[in-house]
Design a protein around this ligand. Structure first.
Ligand code: FE2
Length: 160
């Protein structure tokens, strides 16, 4: 391991947190790319509102990935943001390339936000149980951001 700057936790806990953070980093990077894919490809009624919203959600999810990656370094690990690693590790399948309408994209991206939010939520508990409250707090903030943007994106779906 590299030098660890986070104090008061064991090497074993740090290692566990690094693995947990890297797993979530892959998901969050994948979600960031999915957001862009959606931003570029959607069309139809409501386009401009969702298109512009996705600029804002893109900034926020990018910030989440940065916070996760930096915590990995603080813990003495190496953030793995390589595209090949993201493809291998992410829980998300490839974003569909055969959808066009705003409604389809909103539904697709919202379900992806929810999936990633689930893993972040689990990570809060895992980090808390391992005794790294700082990492648990990081995941709590990330979870709150992803939940909120799931809402911001998902609320654009037509009323059923
Ligand atoms: Fe853009």
């Amino acid at each position: 391991m590299r030098e660890r700057y986070a104090s008061g936790i064991s090497d074993e806990t740090a290692k566990k947190m690094i693995d947990l953070l890297n797993a979530n980093l892959a998901n969050v990077i994948d979600l960031t790319l999915d957001g862009k894919q959606c931003h570029w490809n959607l069309q139809g009624t409501g386009f401009i509102g969702v298109h512009q919203l996705l600029d804002e959600t893109s900034d926020r999810i990018l910030e989440v990935s940065d916070t996760i990656a930096e915590r990995i370094v603080i813990l003495g690990g190496q953030p793995n943001g390589l595209a090949s690693r993201v493809v291998k590790e992410s829980i998300l399948d490839d974003y569909p390339t055969d959808i066009t309408e705003v409604d389809q994209h909103v539904s697709e991206l919202t379900s992806r936000y929810k999936k990633v939010a689930e893993t972040l939520r689990e990570a809060i508990a895992t980090a808390g149980d391992a005794g790294d409250e700082d990492t648990a707090d990081l995941f709590t903030e990330a979870s709150r951001i992803v939940d909120k943007d799931a809402w911001f994106i998902g609320a654009n779906a037509p009323k059923k």
